[in-house]
Design a protein around this ligand. Sequence first.
Ligand code: AMP
Length: 256
Amino acid sequence: MGDRRSSANDRQGGKRGAAPAGVPPPHRSNKTQPAQAQVRPEVHAQAHPQAHLDKPPRPRPVRSICVYCGSSPGRSPAYAEAARSLGRLMAENDIGLVYGGGGLGLMGEVARAVLAGGGRVTGIIPEFLTEKEHMLREVTDLVVVADMHERKRLMFDRSDAFVALPGGIGTLEELVEQLTWAQLGRHSKPIVLFNAAGFWAPFVALLEHLRAEAFIRAGMEVRFSAADSAEAVLVAVHAGAPLARPAADGALTEKF
Ligand code: AMP
């Protein structure tokens, strides 16, 4: 398994973080400004497991986010715009992107936006998809893995939080897997739905249905947040995924 894994940086002599040809120089201007109102870079998502009992736990900062999203652009231009705005904001806040390594659809949009903003991108792609999903070679760190299982495991290991942009069944599968792992207490990393143009409302309604029909039982809540802008997504990530549920009017603001 490990010997099949290769990194573009290894092959390029370890040029970690180098901007790809054609990409503007890193844009870091926001880092020198006071913390943006909408993003709280020093608010953390998780209690540190080694924290001393006498002191409040020291949470771990969110340094990288795994973004799940479609390998297609989708029907509405709002989806690509959401992907780009998230990518830009992540770069501005020095939050690295971990994603599936493709260059198509929303996957390509978010990755290129992070790179254009001077941010870090880790692409994790199985060998059999490198052609099909137009593997993005310009990323900061490219990891070619043996299969889907290794890809998902590595995406989990290398990220502090999960954000789902609009996508297809691949996106859905990855998102639901993280929700189930969290439900089973396997991790407590924040999970945030980027509800661009209301895309995730039917999914949240389905979860409500599962709950109403007692297949999501009390004490086994599905923990996630939903947000409709890149700024709100980062706030939710940093807040450590407060529980979310749709409000009566359909707005995805309340706790689940
Ligand atoms: P989609 O949302 O279907 O466009 O897929 C988005 C990404 O999810 C692509 O990189 C797919 O390779 C990946 N994907 C597709 N099926 C799965 C799966 N069962 N588990 C994990 N990732 C998947």
